[in-house]
Design a protein around this ligand. Structure first.
Ligand code: PLP
Length: 407
């Protein structure tokens, strides 16, 4: 008899964004003429930078010519892209990362989800609360948790992000082997300082723990004092993997290209306490289960690191940051306490009421979709996340409508 992985049955029945979609569909059905403005899901709206499009076209042309045609590429990514990333994103910033420590993939979602399978099933895992749900659900699927009770999975350690700690969690009070950190944060928009991040790196070194550092929103950092990579912190090469994505950096959400940094110094241990390099394990996993990102997409990604591409990608992030600034200013003026919106495309708003009630109010009275904070964990209750990923005029219209609905 074929049997299922019963850990899947523990997953919360409905995923946050399907709940939102259901409510939006019901509202749209009842109000077919109402134009709805979506500031909910973090998907970009602006087209790919020109330099990227041009390289993408070139890549396709190469595939049309028998001389330049390419079949399977290296599973870890083409050397031309790995070199550009290591040089521009890390070595230029003083971080000692080599090209063969970069693994190109089709998304940080897949990578942050898949990485845990090279770790033991019975490690103790800590996740932030509020949290990007992928970190939690993939550990549930792998059987590292108990049941979902009263808004939390048994067996997981939740690192609470609250207003009083600026949504930067304190170190865990109980022993933990694996910690997920994400800065600038989704959903809170909070950014971590070098000193705060150092505390985590030091803790991981002392405890032989591993940090999975999700820097998917690194491109939105404008404050030169904030770390863009965990490898700016001394010792991080021993205890941290970093996830990056071109999704928000350069508009690749629909094109798909991301990468994971696995330094050769990062060790994890077998049952006898013997250290093993995670680089070799991830390389093995990648080679077995992944056949690489398409050549034209990697060509397009490489163009993000050209002089023109860098300028255009920065302008793209600036565009959304300008939206974020408008949203933050307007919500603050309406009397709400806001986190993020600076160095981040997300604004985390203390709604001073139940987060689904606030979601419904903004949908029904303003025709604006946001994300209820409660969907990201217990600590998200009372908050909403507003995303700056939309066109400038739509953001301005949304804010005017929210003002009218709330005043
Ligand atoms: N990590 C975080 C924190 C995200 O918010 C997202 C997407 O919203 C991702 C990873 C996924 O990125 P990708 O599009 O590369 O899969």
């Amino acid at each position: 008899m074929i049997r299922i992985n019963e850990h899947y049955l523990k997953l919360k029945a409905s995923y946050l964004f399907s709940d939102i979609a259901r409510r939006v569909a019901a509202y749209q059905k009842a109000n077919p003429d109402r134009d709805i403005i979506k500031l909910g899901i973090g998907d970009v709206t602006r087209p790919l930078p020109k330099a990227v499009i041009s390289a993408f076209h070139d890549g396709v042309e190469e595939m049309a010519d028998p001389v330049t045609f390419r079949g399977y590429g290296p599973e870890q990514g083409y050397a031309f892209l790995r070199e550009l990333i290591a040089g521009n994103d890390f070595r230029a910033a003083g971080s000692d990362i080599a090209a063969d420590e970069i693994f190109i993939s089709d998304g940080a979602k897949c990578d942050t989800g898949n990485i845990q399978e090279i770790l033991a099933p019975d490690i103790a895992v800590a996740v932030p609360d509020p949290v990007y749900p992928v970190y939690v659900d993939t550990n549930v699927m792998a059987g590292r948790t108990g049941a979902f009770i009263d808004g939390r999975y048994e067996g997981l350690t939740y690192l609470e992000g609250r207003r009083d700690n600026g949504f930067i969690p304190d170190l865990p009070e109980t022993p933990v082997d694996l910690v997920y950190l994400c800065y600038p944060n989704n959903p809170t928009g909070a950014a971590i300082t070098k000193d705060q991040l150092k505390t985590w790196v030091d803790w991981a070194r002392e405890n032989k723990a591993l940090i999975l550092y999700d820097a998917a929103y690194e491109a939105f950092i404008r404050d030169p004092e904030l770390p863009r990579s965990i490898y700016e912190i001394e010792g991080a090469r021993e205890v941290a993997l970093e996830f990056r994505s071109l999704s928000k950096t350069a508009g690749f959400t629909g094109t798909r290209c991301a990468f994971t940094v696995v330094p050769k110094d990062v060790m994890a241990y077998d049952a006898s306490g013997k250290p093993h390099g995670l680089h070799a394990l991830w390389n093995r996993r990648h080679g077995t289960k992944f056949n690489g990102v398409s050549y034209p997409v990697q060509k397009a990604a490489a163009a993000v690191y050209s002089e023109a591409g860098k300028k255009q990608a920065r302008a793209l992030a600036d565009y959304y940051l300008a939206n974020a600034s408008v949203i933050r200013k307007e919500m603050t003026a309406l009397g709400f306490d806001c986190t993020g919106g600076e160095n981040s495309p997300y604004i985390w708003v203390d709604g001073k009421r139940n987060s689904w009630d606030f979601f419904d109010l903004l949908l029904n009275e303003a025709g604006v979709v946001v994300t209820p904070g409660a969907g990201f964990g217990k600590c998200g209750e009372g908050y909403i996340r507003i995303s700056a990923f939309n066109d400038e005029d739509r953001v301005a219209a949304a804010m005017a409508r929210i003002r009218k609905a709330l005043e």
